[in-house]
Design a protein around this ligand. Structure first.
Ligand code: GLN
Length: 533
């Protein structure tokens, strides 16, 4: 080690079940450490063989979160950014595919000349090195391992963090294990046995956890902590029970109240000041206010079976409502059921309409019909990426270009108002080849876009293959819309708005990714403010 101070590590693993809030727990630990003034970074390791999350199905895997530098990642990075109010980089997402690709490339390049290349030590070393590099320069680095301990495919990550802990010194590492306590209706109790086994499983792989987070859907009885402590060998002080919270944003406060911030900083010998959580407490107060008035937003979308698909969009809508001491009631409207004929009856009752991002043909006609209805009825509309493309098509069709389309839906349309981006036409590989990450956008003077941002140039995150066809731009005014956000050279349409409308605003980028629970994104804020009015 150099003379620089040693980065400390918090490793977060899971047992019993996945999907019980390991990501939220990791993000919450980040929150309470950052609130003590530490410089914290965080990283997600996923055992999938995919190289990134861009090619995963959002219906199965949830939203694909895009970082400012253009990585397509797991939605947990969205939790991290929101809970810690930081912008993460590509390096915060590590999937097995990326590691294996690197090891195999190195093998071909001759880096291991003469050696037998193996999972241990070559793959595990590559993982450990990647983690250490990402940690470099931070006081604390949090590493969440996806899946549950014992999964065949996750073993190399568990072994890698065990080796890394040995290398940097066990005293510089805290292992947090997140387990689940199932509820047995017949006996009316929360069972701890699966959690005990999950701790044993982790120990069997050479890692003794320091902190145990036990999720449950019911309120546990007092003896649960004692029981868990006795069987797992973890001090009672370092065990926290997490029954279902009123809002996920309550979790950092629960951890802090239980003393987990103190346990972690003490174990890591970090000199810690008092956490500053006042603003976060206020946020939780607003988020859980049951008596707040409500605005109703219809999200016209597909993937209706998975709440996680539009995670950042929902969180951005909530944040905008909370900032105004409102709650938002989000109604999912199945795009496949909306038509030009029934749009009014399906959407009349909502205060505003959101068309979020999406790929593929399914549901596109319904989204176009929803945008057509929003334009005609002057119902507030917020379009996010695909939502902009649908807005342009809607305006064109309302103005009489009834066959206007995107070539994503109809490659042979006579009016391709949305076209494949020029530099996308010759790309054959699907992974990591879209227009990704932050690009600047210039906002037109006097526009709604400029008013909501209060700024004339912004940087926003992108993830798309198609764009507005410039051959149609001189018709926009006739269609009643205006391209009020553009790339600095004017070549790409970044935002559109309807000219004579209280709020019809859409962006080619994804503003939801930059929104924070206590710092809602200006576009969402402007949208919700219009609904309140
Ligand atoms: N499918 C559209 C495109 O590729 C929109 C993408 C999105 O909404 N993220 O341009």
């Amino acid at each position: 080690m150099s003379g620089k101070s040693q980065t400390k590590y918090v490793f977060v693993t899971g047992g019993v079940l996945s999907g019980v809030g390991k990501g939220i727990s990791a993000a919450s630990i980040g929150n309470i450490l950052k609130s003590r003034g530490f410089k914290v970074n965080i990283q997600k390791c996923d055992p999938y063989l995919n190289v990134d999350a861009g090619t995963l199905n959002p219906g199965e895997h949830g939203e694909c979160f895009v970082t400012v530098d253009g990585a397509e990642t797991d939605l947990d990075l969205g939790h991290y950014e929101r809970f810690m109010d930081i912008e993460l980089k590509q390096s915060s997402s590590l999937m097995s595919g990326k590691v294996l690709q690197q090891v195999i490339n190195d093998e071909r390049a001759g880096k291991y000349l003469g050696k037998t290349v193996q999972i241990i030590p070559h793959v595990t070393t590559a993982i450990a090195e990647n983690i250490a590099e990402t940690a470099n320069g931070f006081d604390v680095h949090i590493v969440e391992i996806g899946g549950t301990v014992g999964d065949y495919e996750g073993l190399s990550f568990i072994e890698a963090i065990r080796e890394l802990a040995m290398k940097v010194g066990r005293q510089n590492c805290v292992f947090v294990h997140v387990v689940y306590l199932p509820y047995l209706g017949a006996s009316g109790e929360l069972k701890t046995k699966p959690a005990q086994n999950a701790v044993r499983e982790l120990r069997g792989l050479g890692i003794v956890p320091d902190v145990l987070i036990a999720r449950s859907e019911k309120e546990p009885t007092d003896d649960v902590v004692q029981k868990l402590s006795l069987f797992s060998g973890i001090e009672e002080d370092a065990i926290v029970l997490l029954p279902n919270a009123r809002t996920i944003y309550e979790v950092p406060l629960t951890l802090e109240n239980r003393g987990i911030g103190r346990v972690i900083t003490q174990k890591l010998s970090l000199k810690s000041s008092k956490p500053h959580l006042k603003a976060w407490q206020d946020l939780v107060g607003r988020a859980t206010d049951e008596y707040a008035p409500v605005v109703k937003v219809g999200v016209v979308a597909k993937y209706l079976n998975n709440q996680d698909t539009y995670m950042s969009v929902f969180e951005a809508l909530k944040a905008a409502a909370w900032a105004n001491n409102y709650q938002v009631d989000i109604e999912w409207i199945d795009a496949e059921n909306v038509t030009e004929a029934n749009a009014e009856s399906m959407l009349k009752h909502v205060d505003g309409i959101v068309v979020p991002g999406g790929f593929g043909k399914r549901g596109l006609e319904g989204k176009i019909a929803a945008a057509q209805y929003a334009l005609k009825s002057k119902k507030p509309y917020l379009g996010l990426c695909l939502g902009l493309q649908m807005g342009v098509i809607a305006a064109a069709r309302n103005a009489g270009l009834t066959k206007a389309n995107t070539i994503e839906l109809d490659p042979n349309t006579p009016d391709p108002v949305i076209n494949m981006m020029e530099d996308q036409k010759y790309i054959e590989k699907m992974g990591g080849t879209m227009r990704l990450g932050n690009y600047p956008c210039h906002l037109t003077k006097g526009s709604l876009a400029r008013r909501v941002y209060g700024n004339d140039e912004v940087q926003e995150r992108h993830r798309h293959r198609y764009e507005c066809n410039n051959n149609y731009r001189d018709q926009y005014e006739k269609w009643g819309i205006s391209a009020t956000g553009q790339s600095p050279d004017g070549n790409l349409v970044e935002m559109i708005e309807a000219i004579d409308h209280p709020f019809f605003l859409a962006s080619q980028f994804h503003p939801e990714l930059a929104s924070r629970p206590n710092k809602p994104h200006p576009m969402f804020l402007g949208f919700v403010k219009t609904l309140i009015k």
